[in-house]
Design a protein around this ligand. Structure first.
Ligand code: NAP
Ligand code: HSE
Length: 428
């Protein structure tokens, strides 16, 4: 038995025994004073990769767990909105503390669930929902509590970082790498959530709410995934001194407005986020008085995610007897963030163009951008192909997003510009 700070026998019910639930059960069975009373699954006859699993505690009705008067803590690791939302509401109303890894539910229904938890004097802990095995919520709520955090730059999705890292090295197809990420247990049940940036958007919604101290609305977060990134983009980015990463950003302006978004970015090779590879995630926070701090570690997978879930269970179990439930971990946010529209943001851009091999074409690109108040920082032209076309890659100076969009419209009208292959924001 492993010793812990838990002195009173604590009964937990686990809803879900997939990648995360299995990791939690495998590790938790060795802890003193923690008893797994019930586990809910969809299919009770399925083979489970857990030695000596007591099948008598399995149920296919998760409401058995949230309504079980013996259970102190409900661990929700099924994911999605239904039935997780109803299950957590019932559990909270029944006075149970919650540990969840469900970023979608927190992003969409977090406010209501946190308010309900406050009313019922229970807590919802969710370390595993934001960056897998990286401790980030607890440090923000405790050790960093004296800071005004104004910037978050993060890689919050293991699947996409795994795919982009493999694509950088070449040779494997997108489909093959996605399959690998699924087999390793990194991807969501529907991987569209990963590759189209929804998963990162859910995570940054909650992370930004906690770190910037304002309620961020998931529906106002701009989101783009990685499916339009080509091997050529990766190659050109490398030649220009960048790597391409799916970045989740949150910034507080001097006027106290928030800029929260998820999209691919060209990250300068010297930036610490450029060296975050594979399933590793990273969160860089900037604030006063701490300055810039970086967290990094495994962002997905059975055991790293179980580590965060178990940490939350032990925190609650260690103070289960106290009358006031973990005051620092409660949600205290009552101000709604004023979120900036993506068209009003200021960025540098990478534009990948296929153009006719005609004299003056680069000049036309410069002129069009100039007409929209955009200066060019660098231009790279690659060899001419059999169709007498050339790949031209442009990096702009910082400009307003609505200007780059109008410049792209004008570039698309120009007869020598055959195709705008991609437009990607560039990190400064
Ligand atoms: P998963 O492997 O698909 O497992 C889901 C589990 O939930 C399965 O055991 C399934 O039962 C059970 N389940 C689904 N619907 C149910 C229902 N209506 N009633 C009872 N049981 C039900 O998912 P996962 O990867 O472990 O992810 C779980 C949660 O953790 C998600 O919110 C995910 O976003 C989050 N998360 C995952 C990771 C990761 O690396 N995988 C990391 C961080 C956070 P059966 O086994 O019988 O099918
Ligand atoms: N699908 C998620 C990822 C799991 O790949 O990051 C961890 O939240």
């Amino acid at each position: 038995m492993l010793k812990s700070n838990v002195v009173k026998n604590t009964k937990i019910g686990i809803i879900g025994l997939g990648t995360v639930g299995t990791g939690v059960v495998k590790i938790l069975k060795d802890f003193q004073n923690i008893e797994i009373t019930q586990i809910a699954v969809r299919d009770i006859h399925k083979k489970r990769e857990i030695d000596n699993l007591d099948r008598s505690i399995l149920t296919d009705n998760p409401f058995d767990i949230v309504n079980n008067p013996e259970i102190d803590i409900v661990v929700e690791v099924i994911g999605g909105i239904n039935p997780a939302y109803d299950l957590l509401k019932t559990a909270i109303t029944n006075g149970k503390h919650i540990v969840t890894a469900n970023k979608e539910l927190l992003a969409k229904n977090g406010q209501e669930l946190f308010n309900l938890a406050n009313e019922n004097n229970v807590v919802i802990l969710y370390e595993a929902a934001i960056a897998g095995g990286i401790p980030i919520i607890m440090p923000i709520k405790t050790t960093l509590a004296g800071n005004k955090i104004h910037t978050i730059e993060a890689i919050l999705n293991g699947t996409t970082n795994y795919i982009l890292t493999k694509m950088e090295k070449g040779s494997v197809s997108y489909e093959e790498v996605l399959k690998e990420a699924q087999n390793l247990g990194y991807a969501e049940a529907d991987p569209t959530g990963d590759v189209e940036g929804f998963d990162s958007a859910y995570k940054i919604a909650t992370l930004a709410t906690i770190a910037l101290n304002q309620r961020v609305d998931i529906n106002k977060i701009y989101r783009e995934g990685i499916t339009k990134i080509s091997a050529k983009d990766m190659k050109f980015a490398k030649e220009l001194g960048y790597k391409i990463k799916l970045i989740a950003l949150a910034k507080l302006s001097n006027e106290n407005k928030t800029d929260v978004r998820v999209h691919p970015m060209l990250v300068p090779i010297k930036d610490c986020l450029a060296s975050i590879n594979g399933v590793t995630n990273s969160v860089v926070l900037e604030g006063f008085p701490v300055g810039r701090v970086m967290f990094a570690g495994p962002g997905a997978g059975m055991f790293p995610t179980a580590s965060s879930v178990i940490g939350d269970i032990l925190i609650i179990a260690g103070s289960i007897d106290t009358k006031e439930a973990l005051p620092m971990m409660k949600c205290h946010h009552d101000t709604d963030a004023e979120q900036i529209d993506i068209n009003d943001t200021i960025n540098k851009y990478y534009i990948a163009i296929t153009a006719a091999n005609t004299p003056g074409v680069i000049g036309s690109i410069g002129e069009i951008c100039g007409r929209h108040n955009i200066s060019l920082a660098s231009v790279l032209q690659k060899g001419i192909d059999e169709q007498n076309t050339a790949d031209i890659v442009v990096i702009t100076e910082a400009c307003i997003e609505r200007n780059i969009k109008s410049a792209i419209c004008e570039l698309e009208q120009n007869s020598n510009i055959l195709k705008i292959n991609n437009l990607i924001r560039v990190m400064e």
